[in-house]
Structures are given as structure tokens and as C-alpha cells.
Design a protein around this ligand. Structure first.
Ligand code: PNS
Length: 159
């Protein structure tokens, strides 16, 4: 069985993430979406809320599962018999950091990283931008799945 992980902080999941997960699901027997903490980012949603949203928006894919993990991605891969990570690359600006992480993960644990080019429709999109846009009253319906847009609006109202 060919199994791959799509890791990220997903705070919250965007249409760009969903596009990568859907395309990975066509290439692999099983895709595990793993929600990890990124210590460099301040979160709007708890990890459990992010997992819940991801489960809802990936439920049409039979071969996609969603889980959380506290720790190193390479330890998650080892524990789940996963030999490769798939990441979306939006632009050159993503590359340095992603390259460093990929090389670190390969050198320390032999875990491969495969980069998938982001659909140009979502090349500008990030969770942070979607949150900012929503915060100032922007319409995020084309940026995040609709259940996520609803949760975002509710959270920004204080819910
Ligand atoms: O969506 P993000 O915030 O770009 O995802 C980054 C994430 C969470 C995948 C990355 O920070 C990560 O893998 N964190 C887990 C801890 C880890 O393994 N760090 C070492 C990377 S060299």
C-alpha cells in the first residue's frame, strides 16, 4: 500500500490545501492529513477544531484520513509506516524554508518530501491571508470551503 502524509498547521484548511490533498489522493492508495503545531504561528483554531474541519471537507475522499500529531513529522511517519511527505509549493518564497525542512527530514530519518506545484488558482492563497481578509469583512467564500467560511465568521464574531 502506498501511503503518504500531507502535514500542515491548517489554521484553517483552504481551497489550496484541499486541492493538494485531492490530487495526492489520486496518486496514492492512502493520504493521511496530519495536523501539527507550527510553533512560529499563532493559532486561531484549536488543533481539534482544525481536524474536525478537515474531516468534514475531505469526507468525499474514501482514501483520505485526518489526524493530529504532537511532535516531529518524521516520528509520525515512522509510527505510521509512511515513507513520503507531500507539500504544496506556491512560489519561490516558499522554497527556502521547505527545502531546509525536506533536507532535514531526509537526512535525519530518510523520509522523502515530494513537492506538488500549487494550482495557479490558489497561488496567492494562505490560511493567514484568508483569516486577515475575513477579519476585515472580506468575502472568503472562494478561498476556503463553505463550512470553514462559516466557522471563520463565527470565530471572528467571538464564537
Ligand atoms: O502549514 P505549515 O504551518 O507550513 O506546516 C508546517 C509543519 C507543521 C508541517 C512543520 O512545522 C512541521 O513539520 N512541524 C512538526 C515539527 C517538525 O517535524 N519540525 C521539524 C521540521 S525540520
Amino acid at each position: 500500500m502506498r501511503r503518504v502524509v500531507c502535514p500542515g498547521s491548517f489554521d484553517p484548511v483552504t481551497n489550496g490545501h484541499l486541492d493538494i490533498v485531492s490530487r495526492a489522493a489520486q496518486l496514492y492508495d492512502e493520504v493521511v492529513v496530519a495536523v501539527l503545531r507550527n510553533p512560529n504561528k499563532q493559532a486561531l483554531f484549536t488543533v481539534d477544531e482544525r481536524v474536525e474541519m478537515l474531516r468534514e471537507v475531505t469526507k468525499s475522499h474514501d482514501n483520505v484520513t485526518v489526524t493530529r500529531f504532537d511532535g516531529l513529522i518524521v516520528d509520525f511517519c515512522r509510527a505510521n509506516d509512511i515513507s513520503a511527505i507531500i507539500k504544496g509549493l506556491r512560489a519561490v518564497s516558499d522554497f527556502d524554508y521547505e527545502m531546509q525542512m525536506a533536507q532535514m527530514n531526509y537526512s535525519q530519518a530518510g523520509v522523502e518530501t515530494l513537492f506538488m506545484t500549487t494550482n495557479p488558482l490558489y497561488a496567492f492563497l494562505s490560511s493567514s491571508l484568508a483569516k486577515d481578509f475575513a477579519k476585515y469583512g472580506g468575502d472568503v467564500s472562494g478561498l476556503v470551503p463553505s463550512p470553514v467560511a462559516d466557522r471563520l465568521a463565527a470565530r471572528l464574531r467571538g464564537g
